[in-house]
Design a protein. Structure first.
Length: 131
């Protein structure tokens, strides 16, 4: 007999939680310094140092849509200093951007950053276009 109020309380709290999930909309994107296509031998993973004016140590960086300047560092090459570069990306909502370092050879220190792939995020709802 006492279980009915507990069940009713559980169902009510579950309904509140699910309503909160349905009403919120996630519309950010992620930047990742990993290769999406593993077969390209001229690409290598890199480290994302920062986006715009803030630094980060995260492997998966959450950013808002818009034009962003991403600072990256390639993996070190023996006998050469660590190289850094910047990449300007027009970030679209609800995507994961895989960013890689492109080198002429595996032992060259200089590199060019490039977006390897844009993967859509499941469960992400972009904001409606403003008119």
């Amino acid at each position: 007999m006492k279980a009915k109020p507990a069940v009713a309380m559980f169902l009510a709290s579950a309904a509140v939680v699910l309503t909160g999930c349905a009403s919120s909309s996630f519309h950010g994107s992620f930047l990742v310094g990993e290769r999406y296509f593993k077969t390209n031998i001229d690409t290598q993973p890199l480290i994302i140092l920062g986006v715009d004016d803030w630094d980060t140590t995260q492997r998966r960086v959450l950013v808002q849509p818009g034009e962003r300047v991403v600072r990256v560092q390639a993996m070190p090459v023996p006998g050469a200093p660590n190289e850094t570069a910047s990449l300007k990306i027009d970030v679209k909502p609800c995507f994961t951007y895989y960013i890689v370092a492109v080198r002429d050879t595996r032992i060259a220190a200089n590199f060019t950053p490039r977006v390897d792939y844009m993967q859509p995020l499941g469960g992400c709802t972009p904001e409606p276009q403003k008119q």
